[in-house]
Design a protein around this ligand. Structure first.
Ligand SMILES: [Zn+2]
Length: 183
């Protein structure tokens, strides 16, 4: 049981497209276990591997008591209306923003046995599927906001106590990343 600390906006790992998982070994099994533990906490709908500092294509979810994970997820299809929904992200704590999301979404991928997985839904499930697959492309939801909302969000982020700009020297950025804990 390991709840891993969450990386925050500004950490380069959140900006880096995740790599595909080619071999399922103990490292991947332990990644999945950590993702599930980290997502199981109250109020968490999903965690993508880069959010716990691992640049691999995997996420876990916790939607209305339904928990699980997907390896190498692909957002196959989105449909329905695009709605602006209140969205937050563990990597951008304290902020909520109206974010454009399709009403329905379908993700395909594999499980630890290499068997196909299909996740499909509307509402929170659809929102989570779009949010987590964005993370694996190196996209944080703040990036998808309309320009005026993004500007506002960036101002809030810069004023947040957890925010350490990526422009800080590599040494100090590393030190603060290791010193952080999720709350
Ligand atoms: Zn997120």
């Amino acid at each position: 049981m390991t709840v891993r600390p969450i990386r925050f906006y500004g950490d380069p790992v959140l900006r880096t497209p995740a790599e595909q998982i080619t071999v399922v070994d103990d490292r991947i099994r332990s990644l999945v276990a950590d993702l599930l533990d980290t997502t199981a906490l109250d109020g968490r709908a999903g965690v993508a591997a880069p959010q716990i500092g691992v640049g691999l294509a995997a996420f876990s979810y916790n939607i209305d008591g339904q928990t699980g994970y997907v390896l190498n997820p692909v957002l196959e299809s989105t449909w329905g209306d695009v709605e602006e929904i209140d969205e937050g992200c563990l990597s951008v704590p304290g902020l909520w923003n109206k974010t454009p999301r399709y009403e329905h979404a379908r993700v395909t991928g594999i499980d630890l046995d290499g068997e196909p997985v299909v996740l499909e839904g509307s509402g929170l499930m659809a929102q989570m599927l779009q949010h987590e697959t964005d993370h694996l492309k190196g996209v944080v939801y703040i990036d998808t906001l309309a320009p005026e909302h993004r500007k506002e969000a960036m101002r809030e982020i810069r004023g947040s106590e957890w925010f350490a700009p990526a422009t800080a020297s590599a040494g100090s950025a590393k030190a603060s990343a290791f010193g952080r804990t999720s709350r």
